[in-house]
Each structure stands twice: as C-alpha cells, then as structure tokens.
Design a protein around this ligand. Structure first.
Ligand code: FES
Length: 145
C-alpha cells in the first residue's frame, strides 16, 4: 500500500544527522591548520556548501563543513564527513571515488525530490581535494626553484 506523501519520508539516519550534524563548522578557528577548502552551490535552489579538509599522509584526518542548505543537504554532508574521516581517515584518491549512491545507502535513502541536495557535500569535497592538491603542487614548484 502506498501512503500519501511517502515520497517525502526521511529515514531515521537522515533525521539523526539532521538533528545532530557531525563535523558542522561553528567557528573558523576550528579549521586552523586545515589544508584544503572547497565551496559549491546548488543551481536548483541557490544553496551553498563550504568544506574544509585536513590531509596528512595522504589521508583525510579532518573534515568540517557548513551550509544554509536543507535537511537533506545537512544529513548527507554530515554522513559524508564521517565516511571520509572514520578509521584513521580515507585516502584522498578513495574519497574522490565516493558516489552519491554510496552516501544515499548510508543514509537509508532520501526522498526523490531531494536527491539533488545530497550532491552538495560531495562536490564541495572534490573542490577541497582539488584545492589541497593545487597547494601541494605549488609547494613543490617553490621548493624546486
Ligand atoms: Fe537547497 Fe536542498 S533545497 S540544498
């Protein structure tokens, strides 16, 4: 039986991460020493996501983010920040391979109309990794001069 409005149901995990987002940035002091920054926007709704990462030995040791986005964006980025920092930190090359599908699976799904919100964190992470890599290559260039 299909319940009216079922397409809008949030899983228990989504609600938990929305109510208590993990790694949410409250103060820029929290990202002192972080070495990658990414910012992205959602064309559909105009919401913005910012993410900071701390990479050491090729692994993501810290991940902080903030957004004015909706519950789905908050929950999916919260879980993404856990995925990349758990077990000693994910290797950056593996973090680049995380798919929206994997995030959704960990969340227990999202309402179909909210799927576009879940990619915000994912895109901000890619931008932060790009920024980190650019900084590393700039450092190498300076060292070689
Ligand atoms: Fe903007 Fe979800 S509606 S991120």
């Amino acid at each position: 039986m299909k319940v009216e409005g079922q397409d809008w149901f949030y899983s228990k995990t989504v609600k938990e991460h929305f109510m208590k987002p993990k790694n949410f940035l409250n103060d820029l002091k929290e990202v002192k020493g972080f070495n990658g920054y990414g910012k992205t926007g959602n064309m559909k709704c105009g919401d913005v996501m910012e993410m900071w990462i701390k990479v050491a030995d090729g692994r993501i040791k810290g991940c902080k983010w903030r957004t004015f986005g909706c519950a789905s964006a908050i929950a999916s980025t919260s879980i993404l920040s856990e995925m990349v920092t758990e077990k000693g930190g994910m290797k950056i090359e593996d973090a680049l391979k995380i798919t929206g599908k994997e995030i959704m699976e960990r969340l227990g799904g999202l309402p179909a109309v909210k799927v576009h919100c879940s990619v915000l964190g994912d895109q901000a992470l890619r931008e932060a990794i790009k920024d980190y890599e650019k900084k590393q290559s700039n450092k190498k260039t300076k060292q070689n001069k």
